[in-house]
Ligand binder design. Sequence first.
Ligand code: SF4
Length: 418
Amino acid sequence: MVQGQALELYLHIPFCVRKCRYCDFLSMAAGEDVRRKYVDRLLEEIRIQSQQCKDYQVISVFVGGGTPSLLAGVQIWEIMEAVRSHFCLKEDVEITLECNPGTLTAGKLSFYQSAGINRLSLGLQSADNRELQELGRIHTFEDFLESFDLARKKGFDNINIDLISSLPGQTPRDWAYTLKKVSGLRPEHISAYSLIVEEGTPFYELYGEDELRRQRGEEPYILPTEEAERDMYELTLEILESRGYRRYEISNYALPHRECRHNIGYWQLVPYLGLGLGSSSFIENVRFSNTRNLSAYLEGEFCRLTEILAYADRQCEEGHKCDGGQSCKQEGEVFYLHKRQQIEEFMFLGMRMMEGVSREKFREKFGMTLEGIYGTVLQKLQRQGLIEQCEGMVRLTREGIAVSNYVFSEFLDDSYIR
Ligand code: SF4
C-alpha cells in the first residue's frame, strides 16, 4: 500500500419509498426499524473497514442508493460523522448525496450541510409528468422544482440532475423539452442515460418483447426506434453544449470545473471502498462485493478488508510466478485482477471519458507503452475513424462515441494483446 494513496468511498442506502417500474438497482421499501438497524450496521462496517485504510486519503465520498434522502437527516449526519472520524479525508473532499424529489425537506438539507455534504445528485429522470408516472416515480416535475429550489436556497451550489432518455412513447421532441427545462435551471451537472429495459422489472414484462424487436432491427411498437434514439443522443449534445455544458464522459455533462470527481476517479481506476448492502469495492487490485441479502447484512455479514488484503498479498506473490496474463482468480465473490485485466479495465473505463487515455499515465501505471500492448488495435480503430490520437492522449471520435461498445470490446480482445 502506498502512503497517502487516493481512495474513494461509496456508501449504499438501499431504501426507497417504493420500487420504480424500470429499476433493477438493489433497493427496496422498508420500515423505520429496519432502516435504523441498517444504519447501525453501516456505522459498524465503517469503523471496522477503516482500520485497514489508515494509509489512504479519501478524495471523494458518494452516498448512493436507493434513496439516501429517505433516511432521517440526523442518520445521514451520523454516517458522515463516522466517516470523518474513522477515515482520513482530503481537505477539499467531494461529498455527494443522492436525493429524490418528494423526500427532501429544509430540515434534512440543514443536516446535510452540517454533515459536510457539498454536492447533491437529484433523481429527476424527466420533466414530463406523464413520463414520470409511466416510470413509476413518486414525484411530479413540480415536486422536483420545489426540492431544487429548497437546495439552492440552502446554499447548495453543486447539484447534479439525473435524466433518462428513450422512454416508452417518447419522441426526440419530448426529450428536447426535458433537456431545455432542466438546463434552464442551470444545475452544475447533468447525467443523461438511455433507458435499459432490465430483466426482472415490470418494464421488462411490458416492453421486453419490444426491446427484442428493436435489437433484431425491427420496428418497436412503443419504445423509440433506433433512429429516434440516435436523434435523442445527438440532441443531448446539441442542446446541452449550446447552453454551456461540456460533455466529459459519454453520458455526463458539466459546467466548467464541475465534473463529478467521484465518477472520474472510478473511470481512472482509483481504488474505491464500498460500504453497505451489495456494495462493490476495488482495492489493492482486488474486486469484491458485499452480500446482497439484507437479513444477512443486518446480521453482520460483510467482507472484511483484513481478509481481502491478506488474499491480495498472496495473489501478488503468486503473480511473480505467472506472466501477468492469466485469468481472473476467484475466491467466493472476491476477484484478483492480474495485470492484463487491470490494463483492459484501464482502457475500457478510461476511454469513456472524452479526454481519453493518457499514454504517459498508461506507461507510469503499467511500465509498458500503449503501443506495445495495443499497437494493432489502435491502428485498426484509427483507420476506421473511431479513435484519434493527439497531445499524448487516445480518445474516441464522434463516430467512435456512437459505437462505443464496439470500440471498448476491441480493448478486451486478447488477440490484439501482443
Ligand atoms: S428511486 Fe432510484 S433506486 Fe429507488 S426504485 Fe426508483 S430508480 Fe430504483
